[in-house]
Write a protein that binds this ligand. Structure first.
Ligand code: ADP
Ligand code: ZN
Length: 292
């Protein structure tokens, strides 16, 4: 089958074709302009490639509920030109093929669960720590949606006693994203994370926040593995610090063989920034297989 994948981001649109194995064959990137500017380029790409199924992992918020009248729409996004835009409808109308649709972070979670660091497991979590914090939950072999999709980057956590910074989430101020995403690091310390490599306190505080989130996700969702990606995780000191803090905060409460092996419980992303595109390939496959 000729599989199409679209990672629809706020700054760029990654259009690709790939194989059932997740391998990406061809890729073209277009800057995200208005729908009038960008849709014709993407439609032309997928038409040229004669795709027989398409998976879209989209910036949000979106409506992924097939029962809803606004299924397939990008909803209240701050990118005004795309507000209330029926992106799935636009592709279905021109390509006449099954179109799978989910958030960009859910697509990334599906990519890691299908082809990457959580391959073979039925329960995993993917968390990206970048400009924002996004979390995709793969539970009992499928992505968790619930009412819409989890927004687990905005959970409320306790402050580090030595953190001088108040947080920058426009909604909650000191939620996880407000305290631990890339921009909060830069605002707290006056320099971006990439330039703070040797600063012990920076990463101790960062690890404290990410570890708390991982403990909360482990308690609520019981994942078999937690995969961490995004720009901030490029900081090599973080992963061992997060594992250490996680164990400390968990305080021996959950005792499983997986938790006894922290090196394989909290791991880095494995797909080198391709997890969302590869997840879109899987979205397309699942959608075609379900006949929807
Ligand atoms: P996005 O979330 O926009 O898709 P990224 O995942 O690349 O993009 O995350 C960008 C954020 O990651 C920025 O806030 C940047 O400062 C931070 N970042 C990038 N590289 C590093 C690094 N080596 N160490 C710490 N932070 C980094
Ligand atoms: Zn928030």
């Amino acid at each position: 089958m000729r599989i199409g994948a679209l990672e629809a981001g706020g700054t760029k649109m990654v259009c690709a074709t790939g194989l059932e194995s997740g391998e990406i064959l061809k890729r073209e990137v277009f800057p995200t302009g208005t729908p009038e500017e960008t849709m014709p380029q993407m439609l032309a790409f997928f038409e040229r490639e004669k795709v027989e199924a398409l998976g879209i992992g989209c910036f949000g918020p979106i409506d992924p509920d097939r029962e809803s009248p606004t299924y397939g729409y990008i909803t209240s996004t701050p990118k005004l030109a795309w507000q209330n835009y029926n992106i799935v409808g636009a592709f279905e109308e021109r390509l006449h093929c099954p179109v799978g649709f989910d958030t960009d972070v859910n697509a990334a979670a599906l990519g890691e669960a299908s082809f990457g660091a959580a391959k073979g497991l039925k329960n995993s979590i993917y968390m990206t720590v970048g400009t924002g914090i996004g979390v995709g939950v793969y539970s009992e072999g499928r992505l968790l949606h619930g009412m819409m999709h989890p927004e687990a980057g905005h959970i409320l956590i306790k402050r580090h006693p030595e953190d001088p910074y108040g947080g920058c989430c426009p909604f909650h101020k000191d939620c996880l994203e407000g305290l631990a995403a890339g921009p909060s690091i830069e605002k707290r310390w006056g320099r971006p994370g990439a330039l703070l490599a040797g600063e012990k306190k920076v990463w101790e505080i960062e690890a404290f926040y990410i570890a708390q989130a991982c403990v909360n996700y482990a308690m609520i969702l019981s994942p078999e593995r937690i995969v961490l990606g995004g720009g901030v995780m490029k900081q090599p000191v973080l992963l061992p610090l997060i594992r250490e803090k996680f164990t400390e905060l968990m305080a021996g409460y959950l005792k499983t063989s997986r938790l006894a092996d922290m090196e394989h419980y909290i791991v880095g992303a494995a797909l080198h920034d391709d997890q969302a595109v590869m997840g879109c390939i899987q979205l397309a496959l699942s959608c075609a297989a379900s006949g929807k």
